[in-house]
Design a protein around this ligand. Structure first.
Ligand SMILES: N[C@@H](CCC(=O)N[C@@H](CS)C(=O)NCC(=O)O)C(=O)O
Length: 222
């Protein structure tokens, strides 16, 4: 079996600069100190549809670790957690761990799929651009209201205390996208706004931001 250093050199991430799902994985790789080759997949040009042998769903992210190919950010994060346990993504306290799973799944099952490129494109084409905005605002607001309630008794500096865990990896890209891409009014979400302020201070989160990625267009790179 290859040693850990060789394994790290074999890591490849198929990613798109603005993809919130890829961003979750980028944060985990940074937190765990794992080097990785970044392979851009341009979702706007439809490049995701050409790589279904890697991910049958035709989505990013996909992680390749030597002979192992894993797609879906949740599965990738669990794989990384088990293979590279340094900087744990899950707390040892079972209750706290369950809250992390719940918050992560609110984002990954009940918000992000409803704002995904393919869904928004469909609504815009079949209904209208106005309806797209109404739709996305409704679903983000519903999810954020749930997250505010869920996390109010668990949050510290971060979602479930004073350490960064799995929930934070899902929340940071989702909140950033809500503000910068979908113009959601965050005044109604004081806890999530406060968490967002904490995330932007952290180097592993900063380095994972869309504008820092090699495929970010020059117009967004500061
Ligand atoms: N559950 C999957 C969702 C993956 C997903 O929706 N990826 C988006 C980018 S965040 C994508 O590739 N969209 C391309 C499309 O809609 O055609 C995950 O967490 O990885």
């Amino acid at each position: 079996m290859a040693d850990e250093k060789t394994q790290k050199q074999q890591l490849k991430l198929f990613s798109y600069w603005r993809s919130s799902c890829s961003w979750r994985v980028r944060i985990a790789l940074n937190l765990k100190g794992l080097q990785c080759e970044y392979i851009p997949v341009n979702l706007v040009k439809g490049e995701q549809f050409k790589f279904t042998e890697l991910n049958p769903m035709g989505y990013v992210p996909v992680l390749v670790d030597g002979d192992v190919v894993v797609s879906d950010s949740f599965a990738i994060l669990m794989y990384l957690e088990e293979k590279y346990p340094e900087h744990p993504l899950l707390p040892s306290n079972l209750n706290k761990r369950a809250i992390n799973y719940q918050a992560a799944n609110i984002v990954s099952s009940s918000i992000q799929p409803l704002q995904n490129l393919a869904v928004l494109k469909y609504i815009e084409e079949k209904v209208s651009a106005d309806e797209k905005h109404t739709w996305v605002t409704y679903h983000i607001t519903k999810g954020f209201q749930a997250l505010e309630k869920l996390l109010k008794d668990h949050a510290g500096r971060y979602a479930t205390g004073d350490e960064v865990f799995l929930a934070d990896l899902f929340l940071a890209p989702q909140i950033h996208g809500a503000i910068n891409r979908f113009n959601i009014d965050m005044v109604q979400f004081p806890l999530l706004s406060r968490l967002n302020d904490a995330y932007v201070e952290l180097p592993p989160f900063q380095d994972a931001m869309p504008e820092k990625q090699p495929d970010a267009p020059p117009s967004v790179v500061s």
